[in-house]
Structure formats: structure tokens, C-alpha cells
Ligand binder design. Sequence first.
Ligand code: NZQ
Ligand code: ZN
Length: 387
Amino acid sequence: MENFVFQNPTKIIFGKDTEKQVGQETKAWADRVLLHYGGGSIKITGLYDRVVASLKAAGVDFVELSGVQPNPRLSLIQEGIELCRKHQIGFILAVGGGSVIDSAKAIAVGVPYAGDVWDFFEGKAEIKTALPVGVVLTIPAAGSESSPASVVTKEEGDLKRDIGTDLIRPKFAILNPELTFTLPPYQTACGVADIVAHILERYFTRTPDTDLSDRLCEATLRTVIKNAPIVMQNPTDYAARAEIMWAGTVAHNDLLGKGKVEDWGSHMIEHELSGIYDVPHGAGLAVVFPAWMKYVYQEDVNLFAQFAVRVWDVEMDFAHPERTALAGIERLKAFFRSLGLPVTLEELKVGTDRLEEMAAKCTERGPVGNFVKLDKEDVLAIYHLAK
Ligand code: NZQ
Ligand code: ZN
């Protein structure tokens, strides 16, 4: 196990009706806030009205900025930065999923910075301060509600890039599983794939002696695998929605990767797909992750066999452990398929004409991943395996 520091200060407020607390939680941080949300699902579901009522009851003044698209765009973030400066906003309340939260985080670092906020995403400037951010989560998926990351797409050049700093971990995150009842099945499935991927990015490591972390990952995976078909069948099953929502946060709040060198190659490979083709991040991962696994499993057949046995109950083939390892990868693919997700680029409706360009962009700042360090040719080979 590696040395580590674990500190995740996001206050999680979990359960039925918890969005009613948003006014008082927000008031603790500021009197005037930016209310930031997406394409309108919160208005259809009535969540918007409840959030506004709670803010008003707590005496919180707010300015609104809606229209965040999945794979959030830089142009709206720049608009949000100007709006916050104009109205002297002291806090950003994100009501939505990973895209809304990431957009809020990018605005939060952009407001106090004199230059272009994209500088941070290009690694040209260091983030020194940020406005505080709070969250009402409507989809378990990205884990942004307690993560230190923000992932943004710059329209010019189809660039999807991320920043990471503890300064943007949300101050609080309200998680009411009932808010996820209205998710379309495909969005639920994409969220599940992202949660699974966040665990696997931490599970497949070269760090030895990580028993507890392995077991925590396996337990979280098994919980998601058990409950995903239940919510696909019955979207209003509170118990199953609650398990998945909590798993989504646990998968990405840093606990599961502590003491290990994490991988993150598949995420980098996927970001090129959603940056260019605007596919949902989770759908892209359902295609990329199994291909990455096939490409690298021979580096540690035992670990991949362990995944198959402990997560999927595959019987260990002691004479041919690689068969066990490959069976685990096939089970993961079958699971994604059973949720209606694509597992090939063709099923994702992504052509093969820009694979070279994506592989080059993905590795322009050096090799990606840690389990195996992948250069451009490796990434290209993984895209080809995903065809
Ligand atoms: O915009 P609205 O109308 O709200 O609709 C959204 C959107 O179309 C809809 N939706 C959300 N909650 C709903 C709902 N529809 C009905 N009922 C509800 N309760 O779902 C659609 C997708 O929303 P989005 O926020 O894009 O989903 P997700 O949470 O999967 O976020 C994806 C983004 O997060 C980034 C991804 O790259 C992607 O850009 N990630 C962020 C991470 C982080 N900050 O730590 C880590 C992740 O690995 C990921 O990269
Ligand atoms: Zn992800």
C-alpha cells in the first residue's frame, strides 16, 4: 500500500425530501447565489419550484443561469463568470448532474481569475482560489458532487479537458434518490457505466497489498450490478435507486483508490469520444473500458481473474487463469449490453475516420494511464479493439 492523505470535506445530505434543506445550507455560505441548471428537466419534475421556495424561505437572493448541456461547454461557463462578476455572486448552486456541477465548478474558478478560465484546463495557470459550490444531485453517475474535478468541452477544436483541485470540491451535496425516478432508462444506464468505470479505474492497479481497497471496490461493484437491473425494471424503486445513488458518490469520493496508484487511461480515451462526437460519457466508457481491459489484462492475469471470480462469480480455471480473466471481461460487456448500452464504436454510432486524430489528441501531453502507460499507438490499438 502507498502512503496517502484522505480528506473529503463535502457534507453529504442523503434521503427523502432533503432538497428542502437547500435554502438553509446555501444561506450558511452566501446571501446571493448563482442558481445553475441544465436543459429543463428540473422544471418538468417540479424540483426547480421546490429549490426556489427553499432559497426564498431562507432569504437567499439568486440569479439564474440555465442551459448547461451534457458535456458542458466553455461558452456558457464564460457567460456564467461574467454574470457572477456583474451581480457580485458569492456562491454557486448546481442543480443537476455532472455536467451542471462541472460547469458550476469551472465558473467558480473563473470568477476570481483575471485571465481566460481555459488556461486552467490547458495547464497554463494554477488555480489559487474559487467560489464555493453546492449541489442538488439529480443523476448518480459522474461523482462530481464530491470530487475535486471538472470536465469541460471547448467547442473550438472539440477539446474535452479536465482540472482537479480540492478547492472545487462541493461544500455540500444533497442526494435524494427520489429525484432520480424521472431519469430516462438510457441516462440511468449511462450513469451506472460511469460508476462502474470509476471503481475499475481504481481497482486495476500495479500497487501490491491493497486488500481492503480491493474488497471495498468489489462490494461497491456488486451493489451496483445487483441494483441496476432493478431500477431499469422499476424506475421508482426507492431502495434500489438509493443504493445506486450512494454507490455513485462512494465510487468517486476518493475512498476506494486510497493507497494505490489509480489508472484513468480509459477516461482519457473516452473524453476524446465525447469531446468530438458528444456521446454521453457513460456510453463511451461502456465501449472503451472492455477494450482497454482486453488490451492490458495480460500484464496481471491474476488481478483480472480475481475481478472475474469475486465480482462475477466466475469459476476459477487454475490451469488457464487467462480464460477466467477473459470471462470477467465478457461478463462486464454482457452487463452493459443488458442495460441497453453500446459496447462497440459501431453501436455507439461513431465512425472510424478520426481514430488517429483522437489517439494523437489523447496523448498530446504524454502517455495516459498507469496500469500500463499508453502511448499514441496503444490508444489507437484500443480504439481499433473497440470497433
Ligand atoms: O439538462 P437536463 O434537462 O437536466 O437533463 C439531463 C441531461 O440531459 C438529464 N437528467 C439529469 N437528471 C435528470 C435528468 N433527466 C430526468 N430526470 C432527472 N432526474 O440527464 C442528462 C445527462 O446529464 P449529465 O449531467 O450530462 O450527466 P452526468 O451526471 O453523467 O454527467 C456527465 C458529465 O460529467 C463528466 C463527464 O465527462 C460528462 O461531461 N464527468 C465528471 C467527473 C467529475 N467532475 O468528477 C468525473 C466523470 O468521470 C466524468 O468525466
Ligand atoms: Zn467518469
